[in-house]
Design a protein around this ligand. Structure first.
Ligand code: AMP
Ligand code: MG
Length: 394
């Protein structure tokens, strides 16, 4: 049994990186920028008015100025503002040559074609200088997970499309004679395949392209067949669910051997999730998850999603870790790292967490109530209420 951290590092090594594709702005939210994007122009491309008012040169309170033209957004004014002159100007319009400030319209009185500057001239110019937001040597660095604001920024840089990392294709294979897809008519000894839908959703959310394959029965032929299907679909990561221990019906490890997968590890010092296995064949990574719903989902958070983020070229790929204060005592740690289902909340003084009493790895109701995993490390001492612990939001 290897420690979780070693298993995570080995999983990440199995993943191919560096694949990219071009996408339009409209499809780029949440994608990871594959290469830096350089601005094609300065923004603003001219010195622009920040207010509606009058563009003027050197002036003082009480000056009376001739209004000699108008500059509106998209319709600049070509002349030069001389002394004793003003140009009517609107927000976003180019500031004409000769003008050094914009006096807001509330601070003048207008009569025919003349304005009087009735208020004190304040220090702000109400002008956005050329390139104040960014200049044409500005680049947005990669890798970067693109936010909605990033998309506006890249649009302003005048790029309608750009390269992002390709979504890894992840095949999800449920295994087991007892399994039936939701909506089916189960026999008394059957259960519904469930964890695959959590994994599919987690993969979507993380930016992968998941594909749920048909359930494989517990026979060598069925497993060989479904692995072949995953291969034909072009999976970058093949995930099996169940059949991972070494019981009579646990056929996944031998099936992966037959398929030619070089195994990195099998079994980790973790609870839930002990039978986890991983390996690779050519550029394809394989991850064998335990079948128990909670084990599969917890291992999905700890191993599969980091693999996806790595394939996407991201840097911070491991689950986010926070500290919190215990709201109830925690027993001492056992021989495996225990990732307990728990709930945390942000209190006025500190972040608080409480582990659930039920920690059975088959119980989806408990998992659905959890918003984090509470880590009880191998061999750790018992802890009291108020002690600090590590949690992983899920
Ligand atoms: P296994 O790892 O195949 O021994 O499965 C462990 C437990 O998880 C058994 O109770 C299975 O019925 C259950 N199980 C396996 N696969 C799934 C699945 N896709 N969805 C829900 N439960 C499953
Ligand atoms: Mg099974």
């Amino acid at each position: 049994m290897i420690p979780v951290e070693d298993a995570q590092a080995m999983c990440l090594e199995l993943v191919r990186t560096g694949l990219s594709e071009t996408v339009p702005l409209a499809d780029a939210l949440g994608r990871t920028l594959a290469a830096p994007v350089q601005a094609k122009r300065d923004q603003p491309p001219f010195s622009a008015s920040a207010m509606d008012g009058y563009a003027v040169g050197d002036v003082a309170q009480g000056d009376v100025l001739d209004v000699v033209g108008e500059s509106a957004a998209g319709h600049g004014w070509d002349g030069i503002v001389g002394s004793g002159q003003a140009v009517r100007i609107f927000t976003g319009a180019p500031v004409p040559t000769g003008a050094t400030r914009v006096v807001i319209q509330e601070n003048v009185s207008l009569e025919a074609d003349r304005v009087t500057l009735v208020e004190p001239i304040n220090t702000g110019t109400n002008i956005r200088p050329l390139g104040a937001d960014f200049s044409s040597d500005f680049t947005l660095g990669a890798p970067r997970v693109l936010s909605s604001a990033d998309l506006a920024l890249i649009a302003a840089m005048n790029h309608p499309e750009f390269t992002v990392t390709r979504r890894p294709k992840v095949a999800l294979i449920s295994t087991g004679d007892e399994l039936l897809m939701p909506g089916g008519d189960p026999a008394p000894d059957q259960i519904i395949a469930s964890n695959v839908f959590a994994l599919q959703a987690m993969l979507h959310e993380t930016g992968a392209e998941p594909f749920v394959l048909p359930i494989a029965r517990d026979t060598p032929d069925a497993l060989d067949d479904v692995l072949q299907q995953a291969n034909e679909w072009g999976a970058d990561i093949v995930v099996t669910i169940g059949g991972a221990s070494v019981g009579d019906h646990d056929l996944v490890a031998p099936a992966l051997d037959r398929f030619g997968v070089a195994r990195s590890f099998h079994k980790i010092a973790m609870r839930p999730g002990k039978p986890l296995m991983a390996g690779s064949k050519d550029t394809v990574a394989f991850l064998g998850l335990p079948g128990n719903p909670v084990s599969a989902v917890v291992c999905g958070h700890l191993f599969l999603l980091p693999m996806v983020r790595r394939a996407l070229g991201q840097v911070d790929v491991l689950p986010r870790i926070l500290t919190a204060k215990l709201d109830a005592p925690l027993p001492k740690g056992g021989p495996r790292a225990h990732y307990m289902r728990a709930r945390f909340h942000e209190g006025p003084d500190a972040r608080h967490v409480i582990g659930f009493d039920k920690q059975d790895s088959s119980m989806l109701t408990v998992l659905a109530d959890a918003n984090c995993l509470l880590l009880s490390p191998i061999g750790s001492a018992a802890k009291e209420t108020g002690d600090s612990v590590t949690i992983l939001p899920i």
